[in-house]
Write a protein that binds this ligand. Structure first.
Ligand code: 5AD
Length: 349
């Protein structure tokens, strides 16, 4: 193993920070041996905070209508092949009822930026959810909204918000998004969410078009400095009906290595082993956990709409990805020495 990169990993695990140039050196220096070393330290770091517990979140994809036109995303506005749907508040509550029975204590309501989900509608839904399940956490993942909206949703009971920053590099951001989407707005949203007292998640894709080690180094530095409660990363996977439909996918190996580095940056980070990682590799979910992740988010959406939430091609939605198959997930995690717990799974401070 290269001495210089190994000692950087070692230093990261003690200091939880490096310079951007050092992060770049770590990304460029990726080898299977270095990744294995990083994973061993990451697993120790996670063990010290969370033991062998893995948190689960019930993911409900409430709408695939979206006003945005992100170049990588299968539910982008201009994709005519995408069959649109939206769940009614009643259907969403039914998903939560089912999830509660299955042992989920966090519900993640995720969707495109769909004007149907007004503040009024969401606040009523949140109040209903919170009075039914006062001990559960509710996470929203509904994209960019005005600060006022985030404030009202927080007031109505939302505990957490996921908004991936997608890339911490302004120029790279402009290559992944139409001109109407601004890097500044993304950052404004993330800062607002934090100030309003949400547990906040950012995140990025690994291997997205035009991404190099320079952009990934910026992502790592951004996570170090922003210090989110959660960070969602997964490989970019092309979706055939998008402008990036013929681009190369990111790899499970690099994604896992970055999961380890993120764990070393922030030992108590809530770090999901994502569906995209499970999609790109048959044992992706397990590999993510073994690299340092501690969260999995099975799908609680009604089976009839699951295939329609096609952010990328071949997105998994059955087997262990499905909340109804929790037993399978429990067994898969047990086989690698981890325990799925029935718990809100808040960040350990
Ligand atoms: N490949 C991988 N991840 C994707 N996302 C959107 N499109 C893709 C894709 N083609 C991710 C984005 C978004 C999250 C909901 O899904 O990072 O924030």
């Amino acid at each position: 193993m290269n001495k210089e990169t190994a000692s950087l990993v070692q230093r990261l695990s003690c200091l939880h920070e490096l310079s951007e140039a050092e992060y770049r050196c770590l990304v460029d220096g990726f080898t299977p041996e270095l990744a294995e070393y990083a994973a061993s330290l990451a697993v120790k770091a996670r063990q010290a905070v969370y033991g062998n517990k893995v948190f689960i979140r019930g993911l409900i994809e409430i709408t695939n209508a979206c006003r945005n036109d992100c170049l990588y995303c299968g539910i982008r506005r201009s994709n005519r092949h995408c069959q649109r749907y939206r769940l009614s508040p009643q259907e969403i509550l039914q998903c939560c009822d089912e999830g509660y029975e299955l042992g989920f204590r966090t519900f993640v309501l995720q969707g495109g930026e769909d004007g149907f989900f007004t503040d009024d509608l969401l606040c009523e839904l949140l109040q209903g959810l919170k009075s039914r399940y006062p001990l559960c956490a509710v996470t929203l993942s509904l994209g960019e909204r005005p600060r006022e909206s985030y404030a009202r949703l927080r007031e109505a009971g939302a505990d957490r918000y996921l908004l991936r920053h997608e890339t911490a590099d302004r120029e790279h951001y402009a290559k992944l998004h139409p001109h109407s989407m601004r890097f500044e707005t993304r950052m404004r949203c993330l800062n607002d969410l934090k100030e309003l007292g949400y547990q906040v998640g950012c995140g990025f894709m690994v291997g997205s078009p035009h991404q190099t080690s320079a952009e990934l180094a910026k992502d790592l530095k951004f996570v170090e400095q922003f210090s989110p409660d959660m960070c969602g990363i997964g490989p970019f996977i092309p979706q055939a009906d998008t402008p990036f439909g013929r681009e190369k996918a990111g790899t499970a190996e690099l994604t896992c290595y970055l999961l380890s580095l993120l764990r070393l940056i922030k030992p108590n980070l809530l770090l999901p082993s994502t569906t995209a990682l499970g999609t790109i590799h048959p044992h992706g979910r397990e590999l993510g956990i073994l690299a340092g992740a501690n969260v999995v988010m099975p799908n609680l959406s009604p089976p009839s709409v699951r295939k329609k939430y096609a952010l990328y091609d071949n997105k998994l939605s059955d087997g262990s990805e499905s909340a109804q198959c929790k037993a399978e997930l429990v067994a898969r995690m047990a086989s690698i020495g981890y325990e799925i717990v029935t718990d809100r799974g808040d960040i350990q401070k």
